[in-house]
Design a protein around this ligand. Structure first.
Ligand SMILES: N[C@@H](CCC(=O)N[C@@H](CS)C(=O)NCC(=O)O)C(=O)O
Length: 196
């Protein structure tokens, strides 16, 4: 059976969502990051980066959450990748933009709030993230002004990848209620059983 290392409370969340969307039977291997299980010799043989998620599908081993989602969608539900090379390229565009531009700031906020000890927190890092996000959320909000989902009428991998990034705002208590189109779209996603 396919094994997915990492719980929903990590970057593996988007893989758990995708796995549910495609009805994949898989085993979740929870990794206790606080106990440094990701740096065990056994796990480093699978992912030398010492990070979750990691997918093991028979002899095939894959790390990086976006790559895992692309692989699983291509193998089990290619319609999630759109109807054309252009659709696939747009899914990549939004996914890369999301993980590089948006998630970077949200993860900095997350880490300052929850991982870094209180006396070592750096308010400038938190502020830089807070300053950068409005411009990015405005881009996404404008894009969604005349679309139900990121590519239009169809729910695709772009929604899973972006949705699992934007949802981090709820954990770091970053208010996105001012972005009406994003809020409407995120509600559509979180109403899906896969996001539960
Ligand atoms: N770009 C990677 C990021 C993976 C990542 O940062 N994973 C974190 C958990 S969210 C991790 O395993 N951290 C453990 C560590 O850095 O020691 C992906 O999307 O798969």
């Amino acid at each position: 059976m396919v094994k997915l290392y990492g719980t929903k409370m990590s970057s593996a969340f988007r893989n758990h969502v995708l796995a549910k969307e495609i009805g994949l039977e898989y085993e979740e291997v929870p990794m206790d990051l606080a106990k440094d299980e990701q740096n065990s010799d056994e796990f480093l043989k699978l992912n030398p980066n010492g990070k979750v998620p990691c997918l093991v599908d028979g002899e095939f081993v894959l790390w990086e959450s976006m790559a895992i989602n692309n692989y699983l969608a291509a193998k089990h539900k290619p319609e999630l990748l759109g109807d054309s090379p252009e659709d696939k390229a747009l899914i990549d565009q939004w996914s890369y933009w999301g993980i590089l531009e948006v998630q970077t700031h949200l993860f900095k906020m997350f880490s300052q709030k929850f991982s870094v000890p209180e006396d070592e927190r750096d308010d400038t890092i938190l502020q830089e993230a807070k300053d950068a996000l409005p411009r990015l959320f405005k881009i996404l909000d404008n894009h969604l002004s005349d679309r139900k989902y990121i590519l239009g009428e169809a729910f695709t991998l772009a929604d899973i990848n972006m949705g699992t990034i934007v949802i981090v705002t709820q954990f770091v208590q970053y208010d996105i209620s001012g972005y009406a189109n994003i809020s409407k779209w995120l509600k559509l996603l979180t109403d899906r059983p896969s996001f539960g």
